[in-house]
Design a protein around this ligand. Sequence first.
Ligand code: SAM
Length: 252
Amino acid sequence: MYDQAQAWSKIASRYEQEFIDPYRGDVHNPMLRALRQMRGLDRLTAADFGCGLGPLLPFLAERFQAVWGVDFAPEMIAQARQRCASLPNVRFLEQPFGDLSPLYGQIDVATSVNSLVLPDVRQLDEALVQIRRCLRPGGKLFGIVPSLDGVHYHTMLLLDRALRSGKPLDAARMNAASLAEHGSYCFAFGRFHFQGIEQHFWQPFEIPYRLKRAGFKRVQMRKTLLSWKQFSGWKELQDYPPPWDWCFLARV
Ligand SMILES: C[S@@+](CC[C@H](N)C(=O)[O-])C[C@H]1O[C@@H](n2cnc3c(N)ncnc32)[C@H](O)[C@@H]1O
C-alpha cells in the first residue's frame, strides 16, 4: 500500500500529461452535471477521496461550506494544497482509504474520481465501507471509476479499423492490442499496470455489487463519455460514441 502511495507521488508532476482527463470541456461528465443542479450545498460538507492534484476541489469549494481533499500520496496533496491556497474552506487529510476515521459521520457529499482503483479487491471493498462511514444519514457518494468494458469497446473499434484498412486478422489484432495498450492489462481480473502504479478497472456489474456489499443503497449508473482526442485512432473513430468511464451515485 505504501509503495502505491509512493508510486502515485512519483507521477504527480506528469499526471496531467499521462492520464485520461474526465474534466475536459469535450467530456460528458454526469457527476459535474448532477452537482451543478443540486441546491442548498452551501450548508454542507463535501470530501473528494483521492483528490490527486485537486482538479475538482475549486468546483466543490465554490458550492459547499467546507471541503476535504483526501489522498495518501504526499506529492499529490502538496500540489493540491498549492492549487487551493486561496480557498479558505478547503482542508486536506493525507490518509489511506483503509482508515478514514478522522472523517466518520462528517460528510454530506463524497466524490471519488478515478481513485477507487485499489488493486486488492479486499482493500477496495474496505475503502467503500470507510467512505460510507464518513457519510451522514442521507449522504451521497458520486464516483467515477475506470471502465474495463470501455477498453474492450475501444479495442473492437480499433480491430475493425485495422481490418477495413486491409490488414490480415492476426495483424489487425496485434495492431489493436498495441494501440489499446493490452500489454498493461490483465483483463480477467481488471488490473492495469502503469509506471509502478497498479489500478483496478471496473466491470459495470461490479459497481452495484461492491457498493451494496459496502452498505450503500439505490445505486444509479451513467457513462462518463470521455474525449476521443485522448484515445489512439481517434481521427478515424470519432464518428462513433467515445469510450467511457463509469459514473455512479450511491446513497447511504
Ligand atoms: C487517478 S488519480 C485521480 C486524482 C483525481 N481524483 C483526479 O480526478 O484527477 C488517483 C488518486 O487516488 C489516490 N489514491 C489511490 N489509492 C488511494 C488510497 N488507497 N488511499 C488514498 N488515496 C488513494 C492517488 O494517490 C491519486 O492521487
